[in-house]
Ligand binder design. Structure first.
Ligand code: SF4
Ligand code: SF4
Length: 316
C-alpha cells in the first residue's frame, strides 16, 4: 500500500469516494449506503473520502462497525473561523465515533487567496494535529491555483485535486497546467489523492482507461472514486489491481449511468447557480436548466436548494 506523501499513512490506491453513498447523490437509505461501503472495505479498501456537506457520517460509522482492519478517513469542511472548524472537527469525531480523524481538509480551495481567507480554520487544524486529533492537514480543490497554493504552504500535508484524462471540471486551467501543478506538489512532498477521475460520469464509458490514467499520474498515491453499487466496487478493484474487467460487467455498468435532474417545482431563485463551480446551471424562464456536458455530479447544488429540486438519478 502506498504511503500518502509524508503523512506516514498507508492507504489503498483505490479510495472509496463516499459522495456516492450520501444524500447529495440520492442515497437516502442508510442501510443500503453503508452496505455498499462495507462491501468495499471488506474487499480491502482502507481509505475513504467524505465531507461534512455529504451528511453521511452515520453511513460511514455503520459501515466500519466491527471491521477487522483500520480505515483511514479523510473529511473536509467549509469552515473559515476557528469556532466553525472546532465544531466541524468535533462533529466528525462524534458522528464517526473516532478520537482521531486522520486527514482533515479545507474544502474547495481555489487559490492562495481562498486559503488566506480560511487561515483561522487552518490554524485550528494545525493545533489539532499537534494534539494528535488530526494526523494530516490539507485542502481539496478544482483549481490549478488551489494545487499550487497547497504546494507552496509547508503546513499543508495533503492535496485532493480534480484530475482526469480530459481535464474536465478544472475551473481555471488546462490538463497540462493541472499536471504541472500536481508534479510541483509531489516534489514538495505533498500527499496527493485525486478526485473526479471519471469526470463526474462523463468518462465512465471507458472506466478502465480513465482510472488507469489517474492512478498512474506520478505522485498520485490514491484516487477517490464514487461507488454506489457492488458492481462498481468489483470493477474498480480489478482496475486498480491491473486485472482485466469482464466485458459483461462493463456492459451492466453502462446501464447504471447517472445524471443531474432538476424537478418541475423549481422556483428559479438561482441559489444553486451561484454554488456550481462548473457553470453547469443556468436560469431560463425562471427555471433551472442543467448543462449535462459540464456537470461533474458533485452534488453541491442540491445541498443549497431550499426546495430539494436537484437530484442525481440513474439514467436508463
Ligand atoms: S450542476 Fe454544478 S454543482 Fe450541481 S452537480 Fe453539476 S457540477 Fe455539481
Ligand atoms: S436552488 Fe432550487 S429552486 Fe432555486 S433555482 Fe436552484 S433548483 Fe430552482
Amino acid at each position: 500500500m502506498p504511503v500518502l506523501g509524508q503523512t506516514g499513512l498507508n492507504v489503498s490506491s483505490l479510495c472509496f469516494g463516499t459522495l456516492a453513498v450520501s444524500p447529495l447523490q440520492g442515497c437516502n437509505n442508510i442501510i443500503e449506503g453503508s452496505a455498499v461501503l462495507r462491501y468495499g472495505l471488506e474487499q480491502g479498501i482502507n481509505f475513504l473520502d467524505t465531507a461534512e456537506i455529504y451528511a453521511n457520517y452515520e453511513i460511514i460509522r455503520r459501515a466500519m462497525l466491527g471491521l477487522n482492519h483500520h480505515v483511514v478517513i479523510a473529511t473536509k469542511c467549509y469552515a473559515y473561523s476557528q469556532e466553525q472548524m472546532q465544531a466541524s472537527l468535533e462533529r466528525a469525531r462524534q458522528e464517526l465515533d473516532r478520537d482521531v480523524i486522520e486527514i482533515f481538509l479545507l474544502h474547495e480551495q481555489e487559490s492562495m487567496h481562498t486559503v488566506r481567507g480560511h487561515r483561522e480554520a487552518l490554524e485550528y487544524l494545525l493545533e489539532a494535529k499537534q494534539k494528535g486529533i488530526v494526523k494530516a492537514v490539507g485542502l481539496s480543490t478544482h483549481a490549478v491555483a488551489g494545487v499550487r497554493a497547497g504546494a507552496a504552504l509547508a503546513e499543508i500535508d495533503v492535496i485532493h485535486p480534480i484530475l482526469n484524462q480530459a481535464g474536465l471540471g478544472i475551473i481555471d486551467g488546462t490538463l497540462p497546467e493541472m499536471d504541472d501543478a500536481v508534479q510541483l506538489a509531489h516534489q514538495m512532498g505533498k500527499g496527493i489523492y485525486a478526485m473526479k477521475a471519471l469526470g463526474g460520469g462523463h468518462l465512465s464509458r471507458d472506466p478502465v482507461q480513465a482510472l488507469n490514467y489517474a492512478r498512474q499520474v506520478p505522485g498520485v498515491s490514491a484516487v477517490a472514486v464514487g461507488m454506489s453499487s457492488r458492481l462498481e466496487v468489483d470493477i474498480n478493484l480489478r482496475i486498480f489491481s491491473g486485472l482485466e474487467v469482464p466485458a459483461q460487467w462493463l456492459d451492466r455498468l453502462q446501464k447504471e449511468r447517472r445524471i443531474l435532474h432538476a424537478a418541475d417545482w423549481c422556483e428559479g431563485c438561482g441559489q444553486c447557480q451561484d454554488k456550481c463551480p462548473q457553470g453547469a446551471l443556468r436560469l431560463e424562464q425562471e427555471r433551472i436548466r442543467v448543462d449535462q456536458a459540464k456537470c461533474v455530479l458533485c452534488g453541491y447544488c442540491g445541498a443549497v436548494c431550499p426546495h430539494f429540486c436537484l437530484k442525481i438519478i440513474r439514467q436508463g
